[in-house]
Design a protein around this ligand. Structure first.
Ligand code: ADP
Ligand code: MG
Length: 230
């Protein structure tokens, strides 16, 4: 298993943002993470990437416990946070070189990743000058730089135009050929296009975890989602 979450709970004050969440994701799977705003998706992703800690339960990433093997988990995971925080005043190449130094990644790997995410023509630009689609590519490149086995993408396609959306979707599919990917989205066609399995959260609980084929035997994914999360 690449991702194993066992009875994870997280409180913000009195609010239970995650309530005994369990799921596991096998190596090489691409899984869509769905749920209305406030369901707990970003909280779960921050816990998987060790940016915050769960209050209860156990999370094992690539065999490493997030509480006791934080550094190993960080090495195993690439993370594109929601709203993709970037240093807008930096140049693409400069930014990736900066991260490469932090991660102790070779210069060759920078060019490899730039090629992989389709940033070659834009690599000498200031991040400020890039369209949202290209900024997402920079964020994905940053997540991939240290060649992690697991990729966590928090709403990677939110705010993209239809063409950019298709491009980033295709990129996620491409990356998914060699990595385990968990990505959150509000777009149902997207999960149907990119993955074969979804996990749906509602109010901090897992309300569905199944293949899209199984879930949509009787109704559309949108109808399933609405029925489970209203
Ligand atoms: P999602 O990503 O599915 O929209 P979040 O994980 O961001 O959901 O949020 C889950 C719940 O936890 C929401 O009710 C949100 O308001 C609350 N929450 C998230 N982060 C914090 C925080 N840092 N402090 C307090 N409450 C938070
Ligand atoms: Mg979120």
């Amino acid at each position: 298993m690449s991702i194993e979450v066992v009875n994870a709970s997280k409180f913000y004050g009195k609010q239970k943002a995650l309530d005994t969440v369990s799921f596991s994701i096998k190596t090489g799977e691409i899984v869509g993470f769905l749920g209305p705003n406030g369901a707990g998706k970003s909280t779960m992703m921050k816990i998987i990437t060790t940016y915050i800690k769960q209050d209860e339960g156990e999370i094992i990433i690539n065999g490493f416990d997030t509480l006791t093997k934080e550094a190993d988990v960080k090495k195993s995971v690439g993370y594109l946070p929601e709203h993709n925080p970037l240093y807008l005043e930096m140049y693409v190449l400069e930014y990736l070189e900066f991260l490469a130094t932090i991660h102790k990644v070779s210069k060759n790997r920078i060019n490899e990743v730039i090629g992989l995410v389709g940033l070659t023509p834009e690599k000498h630009k200031n991040i400020n000058e890039l369209s949202k689609g290209y900024r997402q590519r920079v964020g994905i490149a940053a997540a991939l730089l240290h060649n992690p086995e697991v990729l966590i993408l928090d709403e990677p396609t939110t705010g993209l135009d239809p063409n950019q959306l298709i491009e980033i979707r295709n990129l996620i599919k491409e990356i998914g050929k060699t990595k385990t990917v968990l990505f959150s989205t509000h777009i149902m066609q997207e999960v149907e296009a990119v993955c074969n399995r979804v996990i749906i959260l509602n109010k901090g609980r897992v309300v569905a975890d199944n293949t899209i084929n199984e879930l949509t035997k009787e109704k559309s994914l949108t109808a399933v989602f609405t029925a489970l999360t209203r």
